[in-house]
Design a protein around this ligand. Structure first.
Ligand code: PLP
Length: 357
């Protein structure tokens, strides 16, 4: 079923990824970060995708599927707003009606995201609470209107086939990366590093390399104020297995199995679960996972800004932060690819006002 769908949309998707999203995104050789770290640093520039993050790859593909299924109404849930904005834009492009569920707490924190979704023609439906509540509400709404509305999953979590679809649509990142690495140095990277909020940009760049045993796959989660403070979003490192939103995965939960509230300076990292597929890669040992604190992420943001003139989203800054620990352990001449999942203009105020210790 999924394979048939993918086959049907392939041509239209390829054209739209090129002309609408602006793919392929560059694999940029970061000379000054390379000089700083003594390891070759390459940045996969998802920040240059339309609307400034990898989210568009998936939103666009699924909007095409909704259209091909003959559905004219799309619903989705958003936390920080990135997925809501990408979905609203994709729906505008295809003339689909769009309703975005968003927690009232998130709406207060991100008023400009709400404005942007409205400008893009979406209806924003407030849900008491935060992202997890908005997700529950949107899934409820979907199950009541199956066959009428299309639920556009934003990341590789939730009931099957959502995680598979999102991973498939994001894996364009890894396919391009392999091709670009082959062009640039005729090989594969020694390590691929990506931030892990719920896992879509990480799976997007990892998937292509899972079967290359020489390529280390490194996920960096948000340690927030610290893993032992309870104020973090490091689900793989500190979570326990549970069932949530229709899938079994690692989750941040208390002793009674109630979902706890994640924290990160990168708001897109604040999800209490993680992609089941990443949970699997953790359990098989194929993927390594580490975490970076709020402070380390903010420092990395400033470092990349000053050394490369690139503002990485605070989410992606967690991946950059881990270079401090990774690079000294890598052999001479190692090649490291970082997934820059999005652009950091949205975070300038947070970073500017963050106290320097
Ligand atoms: C949403 C978002 C993330 C986190 O989501 P993943 O599913 O883990 O990729 C990371 N970076 C940016 C820029 C985002 O918008």
């Amino acid at each position: 079923m999924l394979r048939n769908l993918l086959f049907l949309v392939k041509e239209e998707l390829t054209t739209a990824l090129k002309d609408y999203v602006g793919r392929e995104t560059p694999l940029y050789y970061a000379e000054r970060l390379t000089a700083h770290y003594k390891a070759h640093i390459y940045i996969k520039r998802e920040d240059l995708a339309h609307l400034g993050a990898h989210k568009m790859n998936n939103a666009l593909a699924q909007a095409i599927i909704a259209k091909r299924m003959g559905l004219t109404a799309v619903i989705a849930a958003t936390g920080a707003g990135q997925h809501g904005i990408a979905t609203a834009a994709a729906c505008a492009k295809f003339g689909l009606s769009c309703t975005i569920f968003m927690g009232t707490a998130d709406m207060e924190k991100q008023p400009s995201s709400v404005d942007l979704m409205n400008l893009l023609g979406a209806k924003v439906r407030p849900t008491a609470g935060s992202f997890k509540d908005a997700t529950s509400d949107s899934i409820r709404d979907w199950t009541e209107k199956l066959g009428e509305v299309y639920y556009l999953a934003g990341t590789a979590v939730g009931p099957h086939p959502c995680p598979t679809m999102v991973r498939e649509f994001q894996s364009v990142i890894g396919r391009e990366t392999r091709r670009q690495a082959a062009e640039k140095w005729g090989g594969t990277p020694d390590a691929v590093v990506a931030c892990v909020g719920s896992g879509s940009n990480a799976l997007g760049i990892f998937h292509e390399f899972v079967r290359d045993p020489t390529v280390r796959l490194i996920g960096v989660e948000a340690a927030g104020f610290g893993l032992n403070t309870g104020k973090h979003a490091a689900t793989l490192a500190a979570g326990e297995v549970g069932v949530y939103h229709g899938a079994m995965s690692y989750l941040l939960q208390d002793e009674e199995g109630q979902i706890t509230c994640p924290h990160s300076v990168g708001v897109g990292m604040e999800y209490p679960g993680v992609a089941p597929e990443l949970s699997f890669l953790k359990e098989t040992g194929r993927m390594e996972f580490y975490s970076a604190s709020d402070e380390e992420a903010v420092e990395a943001y400033r470092r990349v800004a000053r050394l490369e003139g690139i503002l990485p989203a605070l989410e992606a800054s967690h991946a950059f932060a881990y270079l401090e620990k990774l690079c000294p352990t890598m052999p001479d001449g190692a090649k490291i690819i970082i997934s820059c999942s999005g652009r950091g203009e949205k975070d300038t105020e947070t970073v500017f006002n963050y106290p320097i210790s």
